[in-house]
Design a protein around this ligand. Structure first.
Ligand code: ZN
Length: 144
């Protein structure tokens, strides 16, 4: 049975704005900053460019990610994500569009292995909320 629609009310907390080191891993660096600052739930946006893009498509029949990557240089043309807790640690869930030299794009669920060329990051903390990911039977995903 599909899980019901659920919403939580939250209050904006601290806002962090920063630039990630060139050559760092986009996912790992955002999660590291969140752990360092004690950010347990947040909205995350990024604008920048990557020297390697790692992303995935979730096959809903197989309930497994098909991992993709591109070693072309890309604009980070779209990035929306959130932070919640998974296994007790800040976990980034983000979807990203990577633009190439022709103006075309590849996109998907952001994976570790995306290498930062430039990343200007905004993290808006959500307070008064506890978002914890657990296994969801219906989708095979770790969801709130
Ligand atoms: Zn996803």
């Amino acid at each position: 049975m599909a899980p019901p629609t659920r919403f939580w009310q939250t209050t904006p907390g601290r806002t962090f704005v920063g630039r990630l080191a060139t050559g760092s891993d986009l996912v790992e660096e955002i999660e590291r900053v969140c752990a360092e600052q004690g950010i347990l739930a947040a909205h995350v946006t990024v604008v920048g460019a990557a020297t390697r893009a790692a992303f995935a498509y979730y096959d809903q029949e197989k309930q497994a990610y098909d991992e993709l990557h591109s070693v072309a240089h890309h604009e980070i043309a779209g990035f929306i994500g959130n932070i919640s807790l998974r296994d007790g640690k800040p976990f980034l869930h983000a979807h990203c569009s990577f633009g190439d030299a022709s103006g075309g794009a590849v996109s998907g669920h952001l994976m570790r292995g995306t290498v930062v060329f430039v990343a200007e990051v905004t993290i808006t903390e959500w307070t008064d909320i506890s978002l914890v990911r657990t296994h969801d039977e219906a989708t095979g995903l770790a969801l709130w």
